[in-house]
Design a protein around this ligand. Structure first.
Ligand code: BG6
Length: 494
């Protein structure tokens, strides 16, 4: 049998409603923050590096978006039309042998505005159908409760997660979905990349930045983050109450930083950068704020309103496992005026001279995945789940219709081998691995379709033109074999 992954290892793929469902006005769905995300057609590396610019939003931009049904410049409105293709797509995942399929529920499909008492039955029914289709093939759904999809009305009328009422709205939504899908879904994640509220506060926290005093905006983000922590803890309780035996995870963007040099200043900078990130998982795993985050509040004079009940809920209901996305690593330095800059996942970072990069500047580093697994496991001693990993690349359909994405196979193979080493040499407990975008979908950071991740090509371009036909890439059969052999095929050439 050779080298295999642990029995029951959950191989699969990961998606998000806002980037692939489409059907933005169907089935009673409300408008979400993603439906007003403007495609700016970034061409140069400079434009790609303008992460903030790509994520910026103002009330005027929202009004403009709402005044049109255009789907070309608002591509998340059409996605890849999973809404109408879900049977075909899930059948393809089943052909690859998926054990699990990560998807998110669009909050605005269940509660179109976010503040209603009564859920939208048509929205609930849609996910019933999707989960049934998965279960028909023995595919276990892994569901994110919130993946960059706050309902727009909730942001416009309540200021999103800055408002304490968000906790009640979200808990009601969680109660409804966990009761409804109690027999269908066992694995849940609360907020996708919960730390991303600091990078794109609108998509993650529903905060329209232009409404706030710029001097106070950092404090606003931390207040919204606090509300998400409380909501995540309560969601964990609700989920456990409604579905005994269910497992709830937090979800982190595993930005992995190296010091640019061995200067102690750079090493300290790296440590602080990692702490900024771990503050999120520390809070959700240990159930209390780390001392350094509280010190930050004090030193900056932030007055984050938190009640004793909030802190008790956070302590009483920590997560069961830690999930994360991992794409690349990057460097940090105290001062690095001469260093070359590059892009990472919605951040700009220093380029590592020892690593290659993707066409989008994300640095390719499988060893960094092993380092991340070890760091997280040593810190938390709880099961880990890699719920996103993959290579965004431009694929070419050859004249004979084939798509030979060997670069994607190489990337994934090396990352899977790093996982194997982390499990068997470093003793890490890893529940599973879902590659990002098993089927091409709209990029989160750039709103492009041409940044493709899938094993399955979708015939649609950056301007929404195409047949939406699904075509298997070369990596399709490669991943199928990896799953069928529980990882042994990764090592067949050794
Ligand atoms: C993760 C997000 O950060 O990265 C996904 O959870 C996103 O939503 C993925 O799509 C890849 O990023 P991008 O910008 O290439 O789509």
């Amino acid at each position: 049998m050779g080298k295999t992954f642990p029995e029951g290892f959950l191989w699969g793929g990961a998606t998000a409603a806002n980037q692939f469902e489409g059907g933005w006005k169907e089935g009673g769905k409300g408008v979400s923050v993603s439906d007003v995300a403007l495609f700016k057609d970034p061409k140069s590396m400079e434009e790609l590096l303008d992460v903030h610019g790509n994520c910026d939003i103002t009330d005027e931009m929202i009004e403009k978006a709402l005044s049109t049904d255009d789907e070309v410049y608002y591509p998340k409105r059409h996605g890849i039309d999973f809404y109408h293709h879900y049977k075909e797509d899930i059948a393809l995942f089943a052909q690859m042998g998926f054990k699990t399929f990560r998807l998110s529920i669009a909050w605005s499909r269940i509660f179109p505005r976010g503040d209603e008492q009564e859920p939208n039955e048509e929205g609930l029914k849609f996910y019933d159908d999707v989960f049934d289709e998965c279960l028909k093939y023995g595919i276990e759904p892994l569901v994110t409760m919130s993946h960059y999809e706050p309902p727009l009305a909730f942001c416009q009328e309540y200021d999103g997660w800055y408002n304490r009422k968000a906790i009640d709205f979200f808990c009601h939504y969680v109660d409804v979905i966990t009761k409804r899908y109690q027999d269908k879904v066992k694995y849940w994640l609360t907020f996708n990349e919960v730390d991303s509220i600091t990078r794109h506060p609108f998509m993650t926290g529903g905060l329209i930045e232009s409404r706030f005093d710029p001097e106070k905006f950092e404090e606003v983000k931390y207040q919204a983050m606090h509300h998400q922590f409380v909501a995540s803890a309560l969601a964990t309780k609700i989920c456990h109450d409604n579905i005994p035996g269910s497992k709830v995870g937090c979800m982190l963007t595993k930005q992995t930083y190296y010091p640019y040099t061995c200067k102690p200043e750079d090493v300290l900078e790296q440590q602080q950068k990692m702490r900024e990130l771990y503050a999120f998982s520390d809070t959700q795993v240990f159930g209390e704020y780390p001392a350094y985050l509280l010190a930050k509040y004090r030193n900056n004079g932030y007055n984050i309103v938190m009640t004793d009940e909030d802190l008790k809920a956070m302590k009483d209901y920590p997560v069961d496992f830690i999930s994360f996305s991992y794409y690349s690593s990057s460097c940090v330095a105290k001062k690095a005026e001469d260093a070359q800059m590059t892009a990472a996942n919605t951040v700009v970072a220093i380029k590592n001279p020892y690593l290659p990069s993707s066409d989008w500047g994300w640095q390719i580093d499988p060893i960094g995945l092993r380092i991340s697994l070890v760091d997280l496991y040593d810190r938390y001693r709880k099961p880990l789940f890699i719920v996103e990993n993959g290579l965004g690349a431009k694929d070419i359909v050859e004249a004979d219709g084939t798509i030979n994405d060997d670069y994607r196979i190489d990337y994934l193979k090396e990352h899977c081998k790093a996982m194997y080493q982390a499990i068997y040499e470093d003793g890490v407990e890893l529940m599973g691995y879902t590659t990002w975008g098993p089927i091409d979908l709209i990029s989160n950071s750039t709103n492009q379709m041409s940044k493709r991740y899938g094993f399955i090509y979708v015939d649609v371009d950056d301007y929404g033109q195409g047949t939406y036909k699904r075509i298997k890439k070369k990596s399709f059969d490669w991943y199928k074999e990896v799953i069928a052999t529980n990882g042994a095929s990764l090592f067949k050439d050794e």
